[in-house]
Design a protein around this ligand. Structure first.
Ligand code: SF4
Ligand code: FES
Length: 242
């Protein structure tokens, strides 16, 4: 495949292949574009919008927008970073993200991207939705408080595990993650801790049991280096298992 086509990302020349999105080409070139619902192993979803960039004056999601030869992509202006911050602030107030009490703190991509964009407060009024914890499975718990509806578990369970354990139900503000089982409980589904879906959640919504605080706070993925350097938490967790 030819890599002769290029675009500019914040002034840097980035080569791309036919069919690449801006995100594909940027990540391959070692350039970070903030993202939450994107995982290069899955079909782009384009739902979190945190990867918003400006292409020749038009704002698009980098994970779904095909790279265009000769285009100028702004990934770092104050305006783009402000919009990302606002999207993150909305994610924080829509759920119950109590970082100091979360086992994923320090290895959470939502938290890490918020730091990256210099988000200092939630700004908006908290919704404090009433959500539950599903601890019915012997090896894995779901804390629905922390789900950001990225659908990575949905895609992983459907496309890799071929089980369709997860789905999103409802619309707009009422959208929520559901488990496909007779009782709606994870423990009554065909989910297994070895499933791909158990290892893709970017936040602390799908958590393994029996391993809480194995890695001390201060020694976690994003405690020492920013997300722009170390990348996705799911990729690291997968590496550690192999
Ligand atoms: Fe995404 Fe995790 Fe929610 Fe699944 S449980 S939709 S992976 S945030
Ligand atoms: Fe592109 Fe979520 S990472 S929309």
């Amino acid at each position: 495949m030819s890599t002769s086509k290029t675009f500019k990302l914040d002034g840097k020349t980035i080569s791309f292949n036919d069919g690449d999105t801006i995100m594909d080409a940027a990540l391959r070139a070692g350039e970070y574009i903030p993202h939450l619902c994107h995982n290069p192993e899955f079909t782009p979803h384009g739902s979190c919008r945190v990867c918003i960039v400006d292409v020749n004056g038009r704002q698009v999601s980098a994970c779904t927008q095909p790279a265009m030869a000769g285009s100028e992509v702004d990934n770092a202006s104050d305006n783009i970073m402000r919009q990302r911050r606002e999207l993150l602030q909305m994610l924080f107030v829509e759920g119950n993200h109590i970082c100091p009490a979360c086992e994923k703190s320090g290895a959470c991509q939502l938290q890490a991207v918020a730091y990256y964009t210099n988000m200092l407060s939630p700004h908006f009024t908290h919704f404090f939705p009433r959500r539950t914890v599903d601890a019915s499975h012997p090896d894995t718990a779901i804390d629905f408080d922390r789900c950001i509806l990225c659908e990575l578990c949905v895609r992983a369970s459907r496309d890799v595990d071929h089980k369709n354990v997860f789905a999103i139900d409802g619309r707009g503000i009422n959208s929520h993650l559901v488990v496909n089982s007779p009782t709606g409980k994870l423990g009554d589904s065909s989910f297994a801790a070895s499933d791909k879906a158990a290892h893709v959640c970017p936040v602390g919504a799908i958590l393994p049991k029996h391993t809480g605080y194995d890695k001390p706070i201060g020694d976690r993925l994003y405690d020492r280096q920013p997300v722009s350097i170390v990348g996705d938490v799911a990729a690291h967790e997968q590496e550690q298992e192999h």
